[in-house]
Write a protein that binds this ligand. Structure first.
Ligand code: NAP
Length: 321
């Protein structure tokens, strides 16, 4: 099979297309033919060798994929060859024609959901779910600001929050992005690259502020986020690429919280809850992953370069095979 390999940490140029033997399943494992693999910012952080998780070299990147089961281990009962599935973790990496996954990380993909959409479920939808429900404990009727709503995690958070009955305000950095965010279900769209957009948010909430902020770029926004949270509001830090100055007094009067999220900290029971909810959302059509750029596997280096660009996100980027 063809697979992307990393033999040394570094820039995108270390991603090389190579020929490898097909993986074989252990007793509780499943092999899938990957039709689409999710490209996530974390794949690029890991490749640099400076991230908290450092794989042994050489390795194949990628956690997320949508595809078809081609082989199963002897103890696998839930899946058979030919099943359409998405996976959220792979012991061999998903930037490859075939990927090996433990059966617990394999989930059914309804017929009306594409393989590309399946490749958006693990990191983006898992993180959005964890942020909204497992960390913020957001409730129907609450107002949620998705601060960075046009990308992989943001579009997922908009759909999840809207389906759960929240009032959703989403931001993007362009007019096209705002259109996309409202099409995904946000009642209001604001432009985070324009001065004064948080004043507009305060007007939209009659001066009350929002109950929850799902923050995708905390190093830019956390200081001001604390000024637009309602009483007992929660700022949920999902993305941050540097440091930021905050005024801690802004958390005191309205007794607000700052809570971090790492998808990797999800416990097994939380993971089962998460994917029970996400597969139900795919089945009933409330979750419809929005696919942005589709890039061939051989151009994985370009994909990882583009996923780190600062603006112009448009849903989920995937590699197609
Ligand atoms: P993505 O698809 O590239 O989207 C990036 C988003 O950030 C876009 O919506 C972009 O909007 C927005 N953005 C740009 N400038 C912004 C600003 N000034 N204020 C608010 N938002 C801004 O990336 P992603 O996959 O959604 O991931 C987003 C971040 O979350 C990344 O930093 C990633 O590493 C992190 N993340 C963390 C976890 C975790 O476990 N904690 C898991 C997954 C992802 P425009 O392009 O429209 O400007």
């Amino acid at each position: 099979m063809k697979a992307i390999r990393v033999h040394q940490f570094g820039g995108p140029e270390v991603l090389k297309l190579e020929e490898l033997p097909d993986p074989q399943p252990g007793p509780e494992q499943v092999v899938i033919r990957v039709h689409a693999a999710g490209v996530n910012p974390v794949d690029a952080y890991i490749r640099t060798g400076t991230y908290v998780f450092k794989p042994n070299l050489p390795y194949t990147p990628g956690y997320d994929a949508g595809g078809m089961v081609t082989a199963i281990g002897r103890d696998v009962k839930k899946f058979k060859s030919g099943d359409r599935v998405y996976i959220t973790e792979s012991t061999t990496g998903t930037y490859a024609e075939r990927a090996l996954a433990d059966q617990s990380k394999v989930h059914p993909l309804p017929d009306h959901v594409s393989f590309e959409q399946g490749a958006a479920m693990g990191v983006p939808y898992g993180t959005a779910y964890r942020g909204l429900f497992q960390r913020a404990h957001a409730k129907p009727g609450e107002t949620v600001l998705i601060h960075g709503a046009s990308g992989g995690v943001g579009t997922a958070a908009v759909q999840l929050a809207r389906a759960a009955g929240m009032i959703v305000i989403g931001t993007a950095g362009s007019e096209d992005g705002i259109k996309l965010v409202t099409e995904q279900g946000a009642q209001y769209g604001l432009n985070h690259s324009k001065d004064g957009y948080l004043d507009e948010l305060m007007k939209l909430t009659n001066g009350q502020g929002v109950n929850v902020i799902i923050e995708l770029l905390a190093n830019k926004n956390l200081g001001r986020d604390l000024t637009v949270l309602a009483r007992n509001g929660r700022a949920i830090v999902i993305g941050s690429r540097g440091t930021v100055e905050i005024d801690p007094r802004n958390t005191m009067g309205r007794e607000t919280d700052i809570r971090g999220v790492t998808l990797g900290s999800t416990s097994e029971p939380e993971y089962r809850e998460m994917h029970a909810a996400l597969t139900a959302g795919l089945e009933n059509g409330t979750l419809r992953p929005l696919i942005g750029k589709k890039i061939p596997l051989a151009d994985a280096a370009r994909a990882q370069e583009e996923i780190m660009q600062p603006s112009g996100a448009h849903g989920k980027m995937v590699l197609v095979l």
